[in-house]
Design a protein around this ligand. Sequence first.
Ligand code: ZN
Ligand code: ZN
Length: 377
Amino acid sequence: MSGRARRADSAFSQLSVPVSGMPVPPFLPRTEAVREGVWSIAVPFPDNPLGYTLVYLIESDRGPVLVDAGWDDEDSWDALVAGFKTAGTDVSKCYGVLVTHVHPDHHGLSGRVRDASDAWVAMHERDAVTVGRLSRAMEHDDARNHRPAQTLPDFTDEMIAVLLDAGASEDELAAAPDPAVRRQARRFRPLAEPDRHLDDGARADVPGWDIDAIWTPGHTPGHLCFHVPQHRVLLSGDHVLASITPHISISRSDRAGDPLGDFLDSLRKVALLEADEVLPAHRHRFGDLAMRVEEITRHHHDHLAEIETILGAGPTSLWQVAARLRWNRPWEQFPLSLRRSAVNETAAHLRYLARRDRAVRLKGVRPFTFVSPTLHR
Ligand SMILES: [Zn+2]
Ligand SMILES: [Zn+2]
């Protein structure tokens, strides 16, 4: 794997948000054993440039345990069921589902797996509390025949709400073009409420294995990675990916939070783990965890420094900061959904700077406007 694992995917390396029009991976990786008793299954993630979610099947003494289940869609379900077969088992034998985080490309099929098998579903409590709200947002989105935000780790309406809260004006929202693609309505199945919560450092219930849950907040408030010391591998979910960086935004369930600060802390946390290989939920496996952590950390610090430079030139609104940042393509080419995503990510960076007295938000000014502390007297 190492040659492929080291591949630098430069076209995406500066991406913090998925970009529609990004080439869809040309193939679905086949189900394969990546370690003794650990299988990788690619579950299609339709209408999304990422193409698929990699879920992992671990052969336990009580039956297979999944790490993530994938997007809830008929083709995705078929691929998951076929993956169980290739691994020499059956979805009806599934003993449990460990969910890295609540996003529907990971947690979408957990409920269907549980229905087919009686498996338990476990996730961190900080994500569990958001299941109902996310589910309702998706249902609402479906009902209006809108594209659910399957390309994005948040939901369209929710994003608009967050943006308005964050100070984007109605004019700014209206001025941006509509997303070109709208997803067809589908029959909606609510996201599953988990049966169990997993805390930081908890031993996962995978009989015959020592697998530790590592709480890695940032991408979501309750994101978990799973460390398998006996194989020296880290199942990293969306926390650490080879060629892209996960979206970081202020969560509605933690409006006062500092998700970027949490994320950078969580990166430091996993860098200390003993792992020769990282098994992520998107793209491909890779070897050098510490180096990848350093790259992603540097990416965010570069972004932070760029924002400080922008604010050094004078008061700037959140939306304007996002528009002036260097992204992987010109801002004018971003569809609205991506602009929102980019603005959300910028808001998380501004929160980080404001918390550390590196940016000041002008009180009472709408849309939310920030300035360098050196200009603020
Ligand atoms: Zn995610
Ligand atoms: Zn994902």
